[in-house]
Design a protein around this ligand. Structure first.
Ligand SMILES: [Ca+2]
Ligand SMILES: [Ca+2]
Length: 311
């Protein structure tokens, strides 16, 4: 009772603790008999150290239980995290593998694309080269065609010239030009005399010819082409050639030597003008336009002449 009294003198906050100790003391009092029913020597276990020990033990037990629960929880969490980590690691590895595979595929596609680009560029260059070759071939073909046409034309002209020369050699005297059934003679432009219309006609008759009768455009163009070959074109009226055309009988009525009246003349502009009422004989000149190359001049004027001899 002394100890109990001593406990009752403890602090108020120790009341529950003292009550617990008191209950323990009662239990110890009940169990304080041996199996013979004799009270054993009672241990003084309800002291402050024992109670503290028990309380501590209880607390420790609780703490241990909490700790164990925490550890178990942590273990479970750790296990879950580990499994998740393993899954994530596996996923990460798989993802890395996929990434590497994708990168490898990307590299392969890039290489294939570059190869295709090179092939395309080579194809474009080959196409350009072929186009260039085709253009050159086409240009060469066109050039050959033009050369062929020029050669054909030249051949035609040469054959015509050969035919004319053959006929001329056969039928016309040397130095005379042949057109159809007539031979024509042209005195040298820069040498030899110039004569009046009548003297010129006499010179032609010496060769069995007469002054030329130009009664068709074909003859006029032929004679103009011969005059163009003989030298440059001079603007002088003294560079003319007498032809067999006059208007001596009736002024303005031009007739050929055979009496045929002129049907179509190849006069210069504003010709024949019968200047000073003294121009009754016709002459032709070398000019750019062969169809405008005649002039009437005084018959005693000194000019060259053109002879014509029928075959
Ligand atoms: Ca006249
Ligand atoms: Ca005139």
């Amino acid at each position: 009772m002394k100890d109990s009294v001593a406990y009752t003198e403890n602090k108020p906050e120790d009341h529950a603790y003292n009550q617990l100790i008191s209950e323990d003391n009662n239990e110890l009092s009940t169990e304080g008999h041996n199996h013979h029913g004799h009270p054993e020597t009672r241990h003084k276990v309800n002291g402050p150290s024992t109670q503290t020990y028990r309380l501590t033990t209880a607390i420790l037990g609780i703490l241990c239980a909490v700790l164990m629960a925490t550890v178990i929880g942590l273990c479970v969490s750790y296990k879950g995290l580990s499994e998740e980590h393993i899954v994530l690691s596996q996923n990460s590895s798989e993802t890395n593998g996929n990434m590497e595979q994708l990168k490898a595929n990307h590299d392969l596609l890039t290489a294939a694309l570059m190869k295709l680009q090179r092939s395309f560029q080579e194809a474009v260059r080959a196409k350009d080269s072929m186009q260039l070759v085709r253009n050159r071939e086409r240009q060469g073909k066109e050039l050959l065609q033009r050369q062929k046409e020029a050669l054909v034309n030249e051949e035609t002209q040469l054959r015509t010239r050969i035919t004319a020369l053959e006929k001329s050699c056969e039928r016309c005297p040397v130095g005379w030009e042949l057109l159809r059934s007539s031979c024509y003679f042209f005195p040298p432009t820069e040498s030899g005399p110039k004569l009046s219309w009548h003297r010129s006609r006499e010179e032609c008759k010496k060769s069995g010819a007469d002054l030329a009768v130009i009664d068709s455009q074909e003859k006029q163009e032929f004679i103009s082409s011969i005059l163009a070959r003989m030298g440059p074109i001079y603007r002088s009226w003294q560079r003319g050639y007498w032809i067999g055309l006059r208007d001596v009988e009736t002024e303005g009525v031009w007739k050929w030597l055979n009496g045929t009246e002129l049907a179509k003349g190849f006069w210069f502009d504003r010709e024949p003008n019968d200047m000073y009422s003294a121009e009754d004989c016709a002459a032709t000149y070398a000019r750019e336009n062969p169809l405008k190359s005649w002039n009437d001049a005084p018959c005693d004027y000194s000019l060259k002449w053109i002879c014509e001899k029928k075959l």
